[in-house]
Design a protein around this ligand. Structure first.
Ligand code: SAH
Length: 368
């Protein structure tokens, strides 16, 4: 393990020396999912002893209320006797563990479900299996969403899309240039801009961003997740996507690296830090919509969870807890709900994608 970062750095240097500077997205993909040295491949990054913490790890309430969301949607779908619960990037399996415990008593719900987990990390797959075995549900793992069989599906993803590789372009006098990772004179990794501008790149940009000031950075993803989410839910299903990001496409460099709960330089020690970029919810929604699905939101994480009843759930848990435990529940509640830089309530957003015939989805009733 100790020499792994240097091995990935060497590998990336060799690739650049041989093939020239690489797009930011290629660098991100290698850092996160290189089959031997990728960040996610060999470790459990979650929790206090790891690099970052996520909502399901902060409180059981998060997964429990998503469980309620899933069971409600399943009933809206007509309670199909055979359907798939799909989770993209399930981490330690905590969200589904809590969701399934909370829905044990929903007649027929568990009996009808097969779990499909899309997970790149062998280490996390093992943790997921250990955690979810006790549910008694059949579990299948897949490398990519494309491999999940079709049919009625309820899909959830928390902090998954931010980990998908992002491309960047920088505006210069003669147009938009792709942002790349290159080697500087000392042989170290450095950001650079491709020499030639990208032809006709303007036309792919939202109109309002075409005349961006020089030096502006625009980010986009080119994976098929949004199309798949739309295609898989438009007839019989729904997806709930929760992540940090912006409701409207905008400008700015949001690529960030986090290790041991602190920001670090994304080019330092590739494979040793989590690399993410904000989710562009407008682009995601537009793309899913082209497949015939209906879009709900995005709304703030706070609004979704308040509407799903997190206040009441916190009160119920507190009433049965010791004073110390009750204080922890209160703290977790405010981390999930609070706005500003310290809470997750506003920065994190929820978007639902579903079959138009389902009508409004739980928690999204008041949004267009
Ligand atoms: N949803 C969990 C974990 C979030 S971390 C939680 O909220 O706690 C991101 C998760 O996505 C991890 O499980 C990681 O291994 C997985 N992942 C990241 N990139 C992936 C990819 N390209 N394909 C499949 N899984 C990926």
């Amino acid at each position: 393990m100790a020499e792994a970062p240097a091995l990935l750095l060497d590998d990336i240097r060799r690739r650049i020396a041989a093939g020239g500077p690489m797009p930011v997205a290629d660098y991100m993909r290698l850092c996160l999912t290189h089959p031997e040295h990728g960040y996610y491949v060999k470790r459990d990054p979650l929790g206090a002893g790891g690099d970052f913490i996520t909502a399901p790890e902060i409180s059981q309430m998060f997964g429990e209320l998503i469980g309620v969301w899933m069971a409600t949607v399943w009933r809206q779908m007509g309670a199909p006797e055979n359907f798939r619960i799909v989770e993209l990037g399930p981490g330690r399996g905590t969200l589904l563990d809590d969701a399934l415990r909370a829905t044990k008593k929903v007649p027929g719900f568990h009996q009808a479900a097969v779990l499909h987990l899309v997970e790149v990390s062998p280490t996390l797959r093992e943790l997921q299996e250990r955690r979810l075995k006790k549910t008694g549900l059949a579990i299948l793992w897949h490398d990519r969403i494309e491999d999940v069989p079709g049919g009625p599906s309820i899909i959830v993803a928390n902090e998954f899309l931010d980990a998908l590789p992002v491309y960047q372009a920088v505006r210069q006098e003669d147009g938009w240039h792709e942002r790349v990772v290159a080697l500087n004179a000392d042989g170290n990794l450095a950001f650079d801009a491709a020499r030639e501008p990208m032809q006709f790149f303007d036309t792919s940009l939202p109109r309002a961003l075409r005349q961006a000031p020089l030096g502006s950075i625009y980010e986009w993803r080119a994976d098929s997740i949004a199309l798949e989410l739309g295609r898989r839910t438009r007839d019989e299903g729904a997806a709930l996507i929760i992540d940090y990001g912006h409701a409207h496409s905008g400008l700015g460099d949001t690529l960030q690296a986090v290790a041991r709960h602190a920001f670090t330089d994304p080019l330092r020690a590739p494979g040793q830090a989590d690399l993410t970029a904000h989710v562009d919810f407008e682009a995601l929604a537009q793309c899913a919509e082209t497949m015939g699905a209906r879009i709900h939101g995005p709304i703030a994480q706070r609004d979704l969870f308040l509407r799903l009843g997190i206040k009441e759930r916190a009160a119920a848990l507190k009433s049965a807890a010791s004073q110390e435990k009750a204080a922890q529940i209160e703290l977790a509640f405010s981390r999930l709900i609070a706005g500003g830089a310290r809470g997750m309530g506003e920065l994190f957003k929820a978007l639902a994608i579903g079959a138009p015939k389902l009508g409004a989805l739980p928690g999204f009733e008041k949004t267009p």
